[in-house]
Design a protein around this ligand. Structure first.
Ligand SMILES: [Fe+2]
Length: 181
């Protein structure tokens, strides 16, 4: 194995590519599960933790017959809050980008502006922020993500499916990238 990339041979890179693939398949789903679990520690002023919020959104998506990618989007849309609040949507969207459709990527990326309908006016911002996306092909999906699964998911009495129950969907979605970015 080389000590500097300029000395890399074809067989080195074949080996590295194989090992990256194995790592991806075995590690990515577990990392997502572990990080979702860490949302338990984030309250940020709501009546439920960010873990409960995420599980409620994911559970509702599941009950609505959503696809694996949509369930994972509902579960993970706020995972970026572990790292940064102001750009948590883009962070989550980029984490999911190789594994989900372009539409889901955009819906997660912009979900905060779609939520704006419910609270931007209280913060001196434009409650109609979502309207500039009305002609986008992913607009209806973003409305479903936010209006049906995200915005209503702050009910401590909602019986959520446990995090472990989402492992099959998370494993299916995160084991294999569908595209490079
Ligand atoms: Fe959310």
């Amino acid at each position: 194995m080389f000590t500097t990339m300029k000395e890399g041979r074809a067989e080195d890179w074949a080996h590295i590519a194989r090992e990256h693939g194995k790592h991806q398949a075995s590690t990515a789903p577990r990392q997502i599960m572990d990080n979702l679990r860490r949302l338990e520690d984030i309250e940020v002023g709501f009546g439920v933790s960010q873990l409960h919020h995420s599980l409620q959104a994911g559970t509702q998506a599941r009950r609505d017959g959503a696809s694996d990618e949509e369930v994972v989007a509902a579960l993970c849309h706020d995972i970026g809050k572990l790292f940064s609040i102001p750009n948590h949507g883009p962070i989550a969207a980029e984490m999911l980008k190789p594994y989900v459709s372009e539409d889901i990527y955009h819906a997660i990326y912009w979900h905060q502006d779609f939520q704006g309908r419910y609270y931007y006016e209280h913060l001196g911002k434009d409650a109609g922020a979502r309207d500039r996306f009305r002609d986008e092909p992913w607009f209806a999906l973003a409305e479903k993500l936010v209006d049906d699964w995200d915005a209503p998911a702050f009910d401590p009495d909602f019986e959520v499916d446990p995090l472990e129950s989402f492992e099959p969907e998370i494993t299916r979605v995160f084991s294999r990238p569908k595209r490079m970015v």
